[in-house]
Write a protein that binds this ligand. Structure first.
Ligand code: EPZ
Length: 417
């Protein structure tokens, strides 16, 4: 395992370049299997989740050329094989191979996906979607066998606007016979990025990004080229850091339209930002106002920034209320922040922050990707040294985070322990 060490109170000045969105890339890569040809995915973030997905493509006899930020994927000779437990457990997004293999080969055998420990994270809505399209789902311990003689378009109503289920059903429906409508679909911008890729392959998808997505099945898909959209969660994390300890910090390569609710919340706290087409430029805000934050589905405040924004709440003057409504176990950062001197009362997914509190360095443990990002954020403003154990979680979703932060003045390093 790796650990990160940070000497706090170093001002962040300069430019941080945002990479491609993890939660887009991890779906675009399996999507390439749907095409009987060569696809090119550009602006792919250099994160460990990408490597795990390429291992699965390799297993399925898909030719991949990894040109750093661009992937050339030839799925013409793709073979349908059992995706082993150790591969599928490496990340949550392995479950996108369910929809992709079912869509292409009408059968998939794989194990239950892995991912951050932020809740039970069932896939019942994914499986209900596959069954609605005519697939039979069999489960033997933690192995799923899903197959269909034919996939036929259907009206699918999601009990919850699940990002993963929306995308997985899209993958299974694009090559089905007839029309599919997904009602109460997730509206995250990453879904529009994926639908654009599939449509460029020859799929017929309308309404991506809205709560109703209509798909007309086609016979075959061909390779296509797609750019991964900027990572709004990576960008939001660095913008939060800028609000805490930035001096003319330039967060570059952002799409501010993907962060409207987050930027508005920061403005509500008193953060001043210069926002242009591709950049957010800001300084440390000396007088942060207490606010309430409630994480909800897109376009509301994203659950993935609930943990990083909590660090801002520890510095705000007054009482801030925080509620996580998407996952049932996403407060792993709170005990760590308390250890650094933050005054927080919390129960289940609700927390009350009493600020401001000067944080001091401590030895901490990252429980998941975004709690790890919150601990890095706290370490940057704490007095003294902060050690973050289990830092591998962080590398799953933040490409080159040590370099990006060191290049703007942070005193941060990573070591193997
Ligand atoms: C995606 O997870 C993202 N992961 C998450 O990002 C993100 O937090 C989440 O969407 C919400 O935006 C990837 O894209 C790889 P959901 P996903 O299906 O698809 C419940 C990060 O930090 N649910 O919208 O798993 C589920 O338990 C990660 O980058 C069911 O009950 O999210 C959860 O409580 C974390 N049954 C809620 O819905 C299902 O079949 C949201 O899940 C599916 C989901």
């Amino acid at each position: 395992m790796k650990r990160i060490i940070i000497e706090g109170n170093k001002t962040l000045s300069g430019t941080i370049k945002i990479g491609g969105a993890k939660n887009s890339a991890v779906a675009l890569i399996p999507a390439a299997i749907l095409a009987e040809g060569t696809s090119v995915i550009k602006n792919v973030p250099n994160i460990s989740d990408k490597d795990a997905l390429l291992e699965i493509l390799n297993l399925l006899n898909v030719q991949v050329t990894d040109e750093k930020n661009a992937l050339i994927i030839n799925a013409k000779e793709a073979q349908n094989k059992l995706i082993t437990e150790n591969l599928s457990n490496k990340l949550r997004a392995s479950y996108y191979f369910m929809g992709a293999l079912l869509g292409r080969f009408k059968k998939v055998e794989m194990y239950f996906p892995g991912g951050c420990n932020i809740g039970s994270r069932p896939i019942d809505l994914h499986l209900k979607g596959f069954e609605a399209l005519g697939a039979k789902v069999k489960r033997k311990k933690s192995k799923y066998i899903i197959e269909a003689k034919e996939l036929k378009g259907a009206d699918i109503y999601l009990d919850f606007a699940s990002v993963g289920a929306t995308i997985n059903i899209l993958f299974a429906a694009v090559l089905a016979t007839g029309k599919t409508v997904i009602h109460n679909a997730a509206r995250e911008v990453e879904i529009e990025n994926i639908a654009k890729f599939l449509n460029k392959m020859g799929a017929k998808i309308k309404g991506a990004g809205t709560e109703t997505i209509k798909i007309t099945g086609v016979k075959k898909l061909n390779g296509a080229t797609i750019n991964v959209i900027p990572d709004r969660i990576e960008a939001g994390t660095y913008i939060i850091m800028g609000a805490l300890i930035g001096k003319n910090l330039i967060v570059d390569g952002v799409n501010p339209n993907h962060l409207k609710v987050v930027l508005n919340k920061l403005k509500e706290m008193g953060v001043k930002m210069k926002i242009n087409r591709h950049q957010v430029i800001l300084n440390k805000c000396d007088k942060l106002k207490a606010v309430n934050v409630r994480t909800v589905v897109y376009p509301g405040f994203p659950t993935d920034l609930g943990q990083p924004v909590s660090v801002l709440l520890t510095q705000a003057e007054g009482v801030s209320q925080f509620e996580e409504t998407i996952f049932e176990n996403r407060m792993g950062h709170v005990p760590n922040l308390q250890k650094m001197g933050a005054k927080i009362e919390y129960e289940r997914q609700h927390a009350i922050f009493y600020g401001p509190n000067k944080l001091h360095g401590a030895e901490l443990t990252a429980t998941d990707l975004r709690s790890g990002a919150a601990l890095v954020t706290a370490g940057l403003i704490a007095d003294g040294t902060t050690i973050i154990n289990d830092a591998d979680h962080i590398l799953r979703g933040y490409e080159r985070i040590i370099t990006k932060l060191s290049d703007v003045g942070a005193k941060i390093e990573i070591e193997e322990v």
